[in-house]
Design a protein around this ligand. Sequence first.
Ligand code: TXA
Ligand code: MG
Length: 316
Amino acid sequence: MDDATLERAAELLRGGRLVAFPTETVYGLGADATNDRAVAGIFAAKRRPSFNPLIVHLADTGQVAALAEWNNRARRAAARFWPGPLTMVLRARADTPISKLATAGLDTIALRVPAHPLARDLLRRTGRPVAAPSANRSESLSPTRAEHVREGLGDAVACVIDGGACPVGVESTVLDLSDERPALLRPGGVARAALEALLGPLAGLAGHASPSAPRAPGQLLRHYAPRTPVRLNATHVEADEVLLGFGPDLPSGGRRQVNLSVSGDLTEAAANLFDALHRLDQVGARCIAVMSVPGTGLGEAINDRLLRSAHSPSTK
Ligand code: TXA
Ligand code: MG
């Protein structure tokens, strides 16, 4: 990636335009987080319900203090996991310059310092906090390649920075540290066990029990959904189905098969998840049959995404 492209993208961001860029998790649809109009552009491009707050991306940890209130747990988690696939929800400073639209009017703010070199370079050049949800239409599959962004958002984005495939492949873990009880709001690229080793037990997934739980406003039950219906825990595959497999032994048949990881490796499976779903969705089969994936490590995030992708629109 040449300097001129990144410099131009940073200028576009400072000018209030939308720029899609790679992170280690998924591609983000970025806008200047201090600019209301720019942030409104994200909601319009994604057709995203405006009550759903956005993650604010920073070039480095030093930028946090101007936006949010640190606490001890947050400092420890930042020292251990930033830059990386962890988002922390903290109390917003009363004088935070972040657009109210980005935080959906909450008194908390979600912050992340991504590790992807292109994301860091872009953030550094932009010199401002950048609000960035995944660069896809609301509810649909997250993009892990630049092609996914172009297919899903087309002309709505001023520029797409192509960094190839995202290495982690599932979104960041969202950890709420804004009050006394740390809570895991969304499983993601940092496994629960790694966080619990540092912070002790985490309260459960508010969003699972009730999609409208106030602590996880964005965790709608239908999300990450391909157009093709999804059938979970498949042990066989019908002739008019396609198979999303995992591990060394796949049932034979179906119109097409993609294996998330032949060796049963959950990190590899997470990296392949959304690209595999994008590809199987394009076959036009009656259904995507998905084999079960263990729930340990990154398997918690994989199963969270699969469960939501299978949730039918009529019951959302
Ligand atoms: O990996 C990622 O996190 C990607 C890349 C681009 O960084 N971004 C991403 O953003 O997944 P998005 O907007 O698709 O997901 C943001 C999640 C939502 O579940 C939202 O509800 C939650 O973070 N969130 C944001 N602000 C919050 C807040 N103040 N309190 C609780 N949850 C919040
Ligand atoms: Mg998303």
